[in-house]
Design a binder for this molecule. Structure first.
Ligand SMILES: Cc1cc2nc3c(=O)[nH]c(=O)nc-3n(C[C@H](O)[C@H](O)[C@H](O)COP(=O)(O)OP(=O)(O)OC[C@H]3O[C@@H](n4cnc5c(N)ncnc54)[C@H](O)[C@@H]3O)c2cc1C
Ligand code: SF4
Ligand code: SF4
Ligand code: SF4
Length: 348
């Protein structure tokens, strides 16, 4: 590793990494045409840098969101469909976070040959592990939520220019699940370059499912919880109004209150303003729906094609009652106000 950082990576380091703003999405590692950045808990530069700035251009925390992107998605957001839905698959319902719609939409797309893989986050030792799921079993193993950052774009390394070694076509057809910051990172990468071509490997992502997201937690939270309880049989973690609910295999559950976990919220998340993944083809969350159902916001043509295909094919069912939009708006405003208040504190 180098102990100096020339202008290109140096900008990412001084503006994002050193300020604690990195979301851990890892898109800069797949963006670097020289394969200069490795992801070791955070992006690290390993050799000489060409100072091309591509890593900074795609970083979801560097600079303003492009006005082209904002205008395009403002229109899509205005015409979005919003539904409560649930999977019909017993295997998915057993392990999913809410209504299992996320995993079911990906399963529908895979089962019908619309995609040949899904970029998701599996789990090992309670930490998210990025992967490309190509079977029902792999998809089911990735269901549920991990409240820490997934370096999701590491799963795309085999689809970059120089690394096409895993048997996929160079341009694969993939669906991707990500937090709002990860979806924004992809949209930055999908903005056409000067010649009008979409950069690799972003051209392999056919559609995105964005998760609603209030915040993520740092590794210290798991250490803190391990001091209080044995997490060996922890089956599911869920943020509720009362706090972090931990469900165990024997059916018992423990809730750790918000006041106790708040100090473990990642610093970068406190600056984030997108709750409902407003740049995703389809967004999913539990806010606004009854327990056991997923709120689904469908924005784009491809989003509609996937959602209605899964609905008509019997992979999901709709709740006749529409989601409570006031809850989603309240959460969105809460997130924006948190960012505004923190910024004011830092300025004054
Ligand atoms: C960090 C985080 C915070 C969230 N906060 C909120 C919230 O405040 N309010 C709200 O309403 N909803 C929130 N959600 C979304 C919600 O928890 C469910 O993911 C959503 O309702 C979909 O449920 P499902 O049953 O359809 O998903 P499932 O079918 O269970 O699929 C879940 C998908 O999430 C992916 N995933 C899991 N962990 C991560 C991760 N760390 N990074 C990227 N992808 C991951 C998995 O790969 C899987 O594809 C959050 C999700 C995450 C990951
Ligand atoms: S993307 Fe460009 S600026 Fe960033 S590390 Fe690679 S060569 Fe350097
Ligand atoms: S692109 Fe992602 S991983 Fe890289 S510095 Fe920015 S937020 Fe961090
Ligand atoms: S709060 Fe924002 S920065 Fe943090 S994980 Fe969620 S989308 Fe990313």
């Amino acid at each position: 590793m180098l102990d100096y950082y020339p202008a290109g990576f140096g900008k990412l380091k001084s503006d994002i990494l050193d300020k604690g703003l990195c979301t851990g999405c890892s898109i800069c590692t797949v963006m670097c045409r020289l394969e200069n950045i490795v992801f070791d808990e955070r992006p690290v530069m390993k050799q000489e840098c060409a100072s091309c700035q591509l890593c900074t251009i795609v970083c979801p925390r560097a600079g303003e969101i492009s006005s082209k992107l904002q205008n395009e998605w403002d229109i899509l957001n205005r015409h979005a469909l919003v539904q409560s839905a649930q999977s019909t698959d017993k295997g998915i319902l057993k392990v999913c976070q809410d209504g299992g719609v996320t995993t079911s939409l990906l399963w529908y797309a895979l089962d019908k040959g619309l995609i040949n893989g899904a970029v998701v986050s599996g789990v090992k030792d309670l930490k998210p592990v990025p992967m490309v799921a190509t079977t029902y079993e792999e998809l089911v193993s990735s269901a549920g939520v991990r409240y820490s950052p997934s370096p999701t774009y590491q799963a795309l390394l085999p689809f970059t220019m120089n690394r096409n070694s895993n048997g996929f076509q160079h341009r694969a057809r993939l669906g991707l699940v990500g937090t709002p910051c990860q979806v924004l990172a992809l949209r930055n990468m999908q903005l056409p370059d000067l010649e009008g071509a979409v950069l690799e490997p972003a051209d392999s992502i056919d559609f995105t499912i964005g998760l609603f997201c209030m915040e993520q937690f740092n590794d210290e939270l798991t250490k803190h919880l391990r001091k209080k309880m044995d997490l060996q049989d922890a089956k599911k973690f869920k943020i509720t109004r009362s706090g972090l609910e931990i469900n165990f295999s024997n059916g018992s559950k423990i809730t750790v209150e918000h006041d106790e976990i708040d100090m473990f919220v990642r610093y970068n998340c406190r600056f984030c303003m997108d709750f409902a993944s407003m740049y995703a083809d389809i967004s999913v969350g539990n806010a606004g729906s009854p327990p056991g159902w997923t709120t689904v916001i469908i924005r784009s043509d491809i989003g509609r094609k996937i959602y209605h295909g899964a609905l008509n094919g019997g992979y999901i069912v709709e709740n006749p009652k529409s989601p409570n939009m006031a809850v989603i708006e309240r959460m969105s405003n809460k997130k924006k106000n948190r960012e505004k208040n923190l910024r004011n504190v830092l300025i004054n």
